[in-house]
Write a protein that binds this ligand. Structure first.
Ligand SMILES: Nc1ncnc2c1ncn2[C@@H]1O[C@H](COP(=O)(O)OP(=O)(O)OP(=O)(O)O)[C@@H](O)[C@H]1O
Ligand SMILES: O=P(O)(O)OC[C@H]1O[C@H](OP(=O)(O)OP(=O)(O)O)[C@H](O)[C@@H]1O
Ligand SMILES: O=C(O)c1cccnc1
Length: 483
């Protein structure tokens, strides 16, 4: 299908990255060491936390980073010169990558991924890294929001048909599992990522047989686990009674898992369904619902006392319907000076929240040892030591009068070495382990951070040392502009 057998992801970048690389190369600064930070500024869905996802794909991308022959030949047709192309051919990822882990709860304005690499290398990978993290983190976060509402129910991701093409369906399914879903209808995702495939059947099958009874029987003849879709003609008058009838006729010949309702008033219908199934003795039969569900409809259905055991959620999850982009950015924080020292770099903005935090940094989660709960995240200069034997002063980086003194705490490092000087030193766990990691992270978060609506802002603070460095740099640069 693709025209080039050696197509690579290297050109999955914005043209301006290649143009900047050309400038760096021709000016001889392409190998200067740099630090880039990847972070987002606004909490998605106005949620109190986000769930990080995308690391495994970033690793795969960086491991295979190279311009293929056809990439180079294509760039030649765009007019890039031979010497520059010869240099591009040599590019591999030889830098150091540090990252938070998949399933970690993360927050705005903290470095999630830190790349320490030559300027050209670090620049060229920006677009792909953002492309991966922005989507996967968004979907994992939405999945986790849904999971918080129904901690014990079966959550199935049904979105492939409405996803923004194949890749979104695949990686979105995986992200949903990291955020807490039990299974996905996408069989390829299940195969590739070792996750649970889940599914029932569609109206087409009932239509093919012409009536509920023949269709359910046909399904029962050909499967042991049976979930019957009961809303094709009339849920109360035909679908549910017929499902019960077939389940009684087949008794132990099938495992009557339950029914699915995909239209109508879900609160009313599930209450009726529960009554009818219970009266027939099928107390364990599950009621699964679907139809354009999201957090808001689920919350409303719960408040109406809907009787639901399983939720199939597609369109609104896989497209992150109410907040379609995370908005993560990738900013240069430091560059090597002529004598090998780090020169801090900053991007000034009229909006104080958008001013970048300069330099090579470390990120810690401050866990209160008395409560086991997280007091906030704390960003330091990379070689700064946190003295856990002394109380720690945490203060809001913009509204500095908001402060607290934390005692008896531990500082857990959140950025892990993934590549060191080009060598992969990290092995990704299974997707289910990532889901477990997410649950464990959430166990350290206060309910006030996790609540669905208007959560409390989670502190992401700078150490005094880093705060001073940032403010001094802002001061110096704004004075320069004035002069
Ligand atoms: N009791 C309820 N309270 C709140 N929302 C509900 C309730 N029951 C269903 N919904 C939601 O209302 C919307 C109904 O959409 P719509 O009118 O398109 O469905 P429908 O006509 O019942 O079914 P369809 O068009 O799929 O055959 C869906 O998003 C559904 O999840
Ligand atoms: O509603 P979602 O959250 O996206 O979940 C997936 C939907 O996909 C199927 O519908 P189908 O493609 O047959 O369309 P329809 O039910 O909207 O007619 C299924 O019956 C669900 O309703
Ligand atoms: O298995 C199902 O019921 C299913 C799968 C995809 C989309 N809608 C429903």
């Amino acid at each position: 299908m693709y025209k080039f057998e050696d197509d690579s992801f290297m050109l999955h970048t914005d043209l301006y990255q290649i143009n900047m690389t050309k400038t760096y190369f021709e000016k001889g600064i392409h190998n200067k060491k740099t630090i880039f930070d990847l972070y987002f500024r606004q909490m998605p869905f106005d949620n109190g936390y986000a769930v990080f996802a995308g690391l495994e794909r970033m690793i795969d991308y960086l491991q295979n980073l190279h311009f293929s022959n056809s990439d180079i030949a294509y760039l030649e047709t765009l007019g890039y010169e031979e010497e520059f192309l010869a240099y591009l051919k040599t590019i591999r990822f030889t830098g150091t990558m540090r990252s938070v882990l998949e399933g970690d709860t993360v927050f705005n304005n903290e470095p999630l991924v830190q790349i320490e690499a030559g300027l050209a290398e670090a620049q060229l990978i920006e677009t792909a890294l953002l492309n991966i993290v922005n989507f996967q983190t968004l979907i994992a976060t939405k999945a986790s929001r849904i999971r918080q509402l129904v901690p014990n129910d079966n959550l199935m991701e049904f979105g492939t048909r409405r996803a923004h093409e194949f890749d979104a369906a695949l990686w979105g399914a995986r992200a949903s599992i990291i955020g807490g879903f039990n299974g996905t209808s996408n069989v390829r995702a299940a195969k590739l990522f070792g996750i649970k495939p889940s599914g029932t059947h569609a109206h087409a099958m009932i239509q093919a047989f012409g009536n509920d009874y023949d269709a359910f029987k046909a399904y029962a003849d050909t499967h042991s686990d049976c979930v019957f879709l009961v809303d094709t003609f009339d849920t109360i008058k035909s679908g549910i009674p017929t499902a019960i009838k077939v389940a009684k006729e087949y008794k132990d010949k099938i495992n009557f898992v339950g029914i699915r309702i995909d239209s109508g008033d879900i609160a009313y219908l599930t209450k009726q369904a529960r009554k009818m199934l219970d009266e027939a003795g099928f107390h364990d039969a599950q009621i699964i619902v679907s139809n354009d569900l999201d957090e808001v409809t689920i919350l409303s259905l719960l408040s109406q006392g809907a009787k639901v055991d399983g939720w199939g959620i597609g369109t609104k999850l896989i497209t992150a319907f109410d907040h379609p982009a995370l908005g993560a950015v990738y900013k240069l924080a430091a560059i090597e000076g002529d004598n090998g020292e780090w020169l801090n770099r900053i991007k000034i903005s009229g909006n104080i929240e958008k001013v970048t935090t300069p330099g090579k940094k470390n990120l810690y989660r401050i866990i209160n040892k008395d409560t086991g709960m997280s007091e906030g995240d704390y960003i330091t200069v990379y070689d700064e030591k946190i003295d856990t034997s002394e109380p720690l002063l945490m203060f809001h980086p913009v509204h500095t009068m908001k402060k607290k003194l934390v005692k008896n705490f531990e500082a857990v490092e959140l950025l892990h070495d993934i590549f060191v000087d080009g060598e992969l030193v990290y092995e990704s766990p299974s997707v289910l382990e990532m889901q477990k990691n997410c649950e464990e992270n959430l166990n350290h978060m206060w309910e006030e951070t996790k609540r669905f609506l208007n959560p409390q802002e989670y502190p992401v603070d700078l150490s005094s040392k880093l705060w001073n460095i940032k403010n001094d740099l802002v001061e110096t640069l704004s004075n320069q502009v004035l002069e």
